[in-house]
Design a protein around this ligand. Structure first.
Ligand code: BES
Ligand code: ZN
Length: 879
């Protein structure tokens, strides 16, 4: 079994594999209790290997070895060594054929890595190191080979037998058994292997690729979910078309299969030709899924599909390179959702996510670079930094070298490295080559953790008409990285005149333009503009959020209000409001007093916005929302989270109470918008109605409560039903209890919708949070073995229920630590994620911080998994 206290793995110690695998045959004799696997492979010494006589490493984790032969014979004396990581085969010839028989136990597998059982079906999850729980193999991403997989199982229990690639054979066997043989012609690393055996209904469709090939699309779900597949299939077809049109990438196999499973640690997995999905990211109908769910499903389907090129055809050399595939694929799915579904507001949603989750990670004890240089447990590096910041780096590269050059670079990258396992350096080298730019300094973004702070100032020389922008940068230290170098930061700017129009001018004698990308590539830099067409009234900084930094521009409230009213960049317009609101909160917390002048200015600006007939509903809805507490906490070294939440809610009430009538007047009518249409316009209207209703309740407008009840009762869609519930979820009013009880009755046997009920109850600030928590954990619909259920309860409790999670006596921390301890025995990967809110002990007031730390210490003293230990030790090392 694997070591609970392993040595960290270092990037600097990377060695090419000693052996290549020329081909692989896997025979599965499938059964839930015990599955027997026969693994046959041809291996050959790798000419690239460092040591000529090195042994062959076959990783194995909890797999029972039944037999092993080399070229048909038992291994000789001293050839076979077993250790904590699996097997070592010494003294192999240049080339050899291995045959290994081994066993594993799917039914007992609660970690959901390797081969496991879910709702009576068998399925696999191999990324990053799950294949070694199925059989002994050189389970590392730089060992690629072709797979021929034979599955055999009981026909009645497992009528459907799937694996990667194309089905080349199938048939009946004696004793009610049957088999299928699958071949995947594309060499792949073992983390992309998948199989499914189960009793599943198949929804079919087809897609004709740009070169005219017909691809069969198959979506497998439990029979009772067959009517919730349309959106996923439509999303898949849109993603396939988009990858052709926007990136020139065509699908390569004759079939593309997606299987929905109930028990899944992550969102979904891009196994070649056979994606496995958390059912939550497949199943949708307007009655059961909200607009946000529809968007999330579309984007996860697209993400996993896009991996077929960015991840599968071109894969990672080692797991330090994870962002090579994940950062690039997140960038690609963000582009897709922007162009096809959400347009301007997508960028705002992504920036919100980055700020509320990645910035805190980058400022906390678990901070690490986009390309880490060591890890103790790779499962813990599927982080917002690798994913979301990784995507920001790709976006910055595109901004720096230009869209067309970037597209050419991607073509070169996919062509040159097709079928190979490569590094982020290889990726950046291609972009440097096609652009002719030296990107050495840019690469610091990959190796340096922490969020840079950028200071921005302007100066105007009245006599010469010259306008100057001065930028500076500074990145605070992160664990293990005291000293930081400057990075290359593209700052996109424009200037607005008194009427809110863009000003034209020249940057350092360059061409006349009305928008510029300033490259801040040192600690400080000035940029001179002349021949401006008007006097700048406001600078629109960091347009489109052109770099993942914290901007400090010290703009006056008047300037910000001008940007809020006129900026034509949706992000910057939203950002102006966010900056104003952040400032008001900061005043309240730091000076312990409201700033009435500032608040009046904000209110005035918001009132004007509510009267603006031109603003898009979705943008209006998004701008009106105050920054979330998670993000506000980053404004302070440490802060009492209960107070912060209370101050935020109080500010919301002060700002919006006098605007209640305008909020009501701006609400789209329920009947006009509750039509289940998956269009940007319809979703924008619904977002606006739900936001305005929630703001009215938050502002204490009592006339809103009956409207909430009416909306809930009349709603035809889950979006409007959840809109009503969200609006009153923090209100201690009998209406809340009535609606929630109705919701629970209505959906008690629909697990995905019941999760929404769990989330509402767990997040509510209404007193009695611990009783509700206990009630949920005892609920017949709750199961500790299902990650969706566990996350649905504990996630919102920690993320949004400040009053209870951060209760001053430490009860919240104590309960969570207990749950983490329990969960860790079943599912370490999920436990190591759920513990993370406790690691931010430095960011809360010292009394609470001590209690959080004490819970971590208590867990650290127990026998816990390596996943959990890795997280806790890094959090405690920060002392
Ligand atoms: N490759 C990952 C899935 C994965 C991650 C498997 C970690 C095992 C360990 C997949 O492509 C992915 O990134 N999925 C995301 C969703 C995506 C839309 C960002 C996920 O599962 O959260
Ligand atoms: Zn991914």
């Amino acid at each position: 079994m694997r070591d609970a206290n392993p040595q960290p793995v270092y990037l600097s110690e990377y060695q090419p594999p000693a052996f290549e695998v020329e081909n692989l045959e896997l025979d599965f004799d499938l059964a839930a209790a015990t599955t027997e696997v026969t693994t046959r492979m041809a291996v050959r010494r790798n000419p690239q290997a460092a040591e000529p006589g090195a042994p062959l490493r076959l990783y194995g984790d909890g797999v029972e070895l039944v037999s092993l032969t080399v070229d048909g014979a038992e291994p000789g004396e001293g050839m076979l060594e077993e250790d904590a990581d699996g097997l070592l085969l010494h003294g192999l010839p240049e080339a050899a054929r291995l045959e290994i028989v081994s066993r594993c136990h799917p039914e007992q597998n609660t970690a959901l890595e390797g081969l496991y059982a879910s709702s009576g079906n068998l399925c696999t999850q191999c990324e990053p190191e799950g294949f070694r729980r199925i059989t002994f193999f050189p389970d590392r991403p730089d060992v690629l080979t072709t797979y021929r997989v034979r599955l055999e199982a009981d026909r009645a229990q497992y009528p459907v037998l799937l694996a990667n690639g194309n089905r080349v054979e199938a048939g009946e066997l004696d004793g009610g058994r049957h088999y299928a043989v699958w071949e995947d012609p594309f060499p792949k690393p073992s983390y992309l292997f998948a199989l499914v055996a189960g009793d599943l209904a198949c929804q079919r469709d087809t897609f004709t690729t740009m070169s005219g090939r017909e691809v069969a699309l198959e979506l497998y779900v439990e029979a009772h979910n067959a009517d919730r597949c349309d959106h996923a299939l439509a999303s898949l077809k849109r993603a396939m078309r988009y990858d052709e049109e926007a990136f020139g990438r065509e699908y390569d196999l004759d079939v593309y299969m997606i299987v929905a499973v109930d028990d899944f640690n992550m969102g979904a997995m891009e196994n070649k030709g056979l994606n496995l999905f958390n059912a939550k990211f497949v199943l949708a109908s307007p009655d059961t899924a909200t607009d946000d769910d529809f968007v999330a499903i579309e984007s996860v389907i697209a993400h996993e599909y896009f991996h077929n090129w960015s991840g599968n055809r071109v894969t990672c050399r080692d797991w330090f390179q994870l962002s090579l595939k994940e950062g690039l694929t997140v960038f690609r799915d963000q582009e897709f959702t922007t162009d096809c579904t959400l347009f301007g507001v997508k960028r705002i949603d992504d920036v919100s996510l980055l700020r509320a989750h990645q910035f805190p990670e980058d400022a906390g004890p678990l901070a690490h670079p986009v390309r880490p240089d060591h890890y103790a447990e790779i499962n813990n590096f599927y982080t917002l930094t690798v994913y979301e910041k990784g995507a920001e780096l790709i976006r910055m590269l595109r901004t720096l070298i230009g869209g067309e050059t970037f597209r050419r670079g991607l073509d070169v990258y996919f062509e040159r490295f097709d079928g190979q396992a490569v590094t982020t350096d290889d990726f950046v080298a291609v972009m440097a080559e096609v652009s002719g730019r030296d990107l050495t300094a840019f690469k610091r973004w990959y190796t340096q953790a922490g969020t840079p702070h950028v200071t921005a100032a302007t100066a105007q020389d009245g006599s010469t008409g010259e306008f100057r922008i001065s930028l500076g940068q500074y990145t605070p230290p992160t664990p293990g990285q005291e000293h930081k170098e400057p990075v290359v930061i593209p700052v996109r700017v424009a200037m607005l005149d008194a009427d809110g129009r863009r000003i034209r001018g020249r940057l350092e004698g360059g061409p006349e333009q009305d928008e510029w990308v300033l490259e801040l590539d040192r600690s400080e830099r000035s940029f001179h503009f002349d021949e401006l067409s008007a006097t700048p009234q406001a600078v629109s900084w960091l347009r489109g959020f052109s770099a993942p930094v914290i901007l400090e521009a010290n703009q006056s409230a008047t300037t910000l209000a001008h940007l809020l009213a006129h900026d034509d960049d949706a992000f910057s317009r939203w950002e102006a409001a966010q900056t104003l609101m952040r400032r008001a909160i900061r005043a309240r917390i730091e000076d312990d007093a409201a700033d009435p002048v500032l608040e009046a200015e904000i209110q005035h600006a918001l009132a004007a916005l509510l009267e603006d007939p031109a603003i898009e509903p979705v943008l209006l809805a998004t701008i009106l929302q105050l920054p979330p507490p998670r993000e506000l906490a980053e404004l302070f070294d440490c802060v009492d989270p209960v107070r912060l939440r209370a101050e935020r809610d109080a500010l919301e009430a002060r700002l919006y109470a006098p605007l209640a009538d305008r909020l009501r007047d701006r609400q789209p009518k329920l009947d006009d918008i509750d039509n289940g249409a998956f269009t940007a316009d319809a979703m924008g209207q619904r977002r606006l109605r739900n936001r305005l209703l929630a703001l009215r309740v938050a502002a204490g407008d009592e006339s809103a409560v009956p409207e909430v009840l009416e909306q809930y009762r009349k709603a035809r869609s889950q979006t409007m039903r959840m809109g009503a519930l969200n609006a009153i979820n923090d209100l201690n009013h009998e209406a809340r209890g009535l609606l929630l009880a109705d919701f629970e009755r209505r959906y008690h046997d629909d697990p995905l919708v019941l999760d929404k009920y769990f989330g509402l109850q767990a997040a509510s600030q209404v007193p009695g949070g611990f009783d509700r928590l206990e009630y949920l954990l005892q609920h017949p619909g709750f199961r500790w073995s299902n990650p969706n259920r566990v996350r649905a309860v504990l996630g919102p409790f920690m993320a949004r229920n400040e009053r209870h999670f951060h209760q001053a006596d430490g009860e919240g921390y104590h309960r969570i630590a207990g749950f983490v301890e329990k969960l860790d025995r079943m599912n370490p990967q999920t436990a190591a994620r759920l513990v993370q809110p406790l690691t931010r002990w430095r960011k809360v007031d010292p009394a609470r911080g001590e209690q959080m730390r004490a819970e971590l210490e208590r867990l650290a003293a127990l026998e816990i998994s390596r996943d959990l230990r890795d997280v806790i030790e890094r959090a405690l090392a920060d002392a």
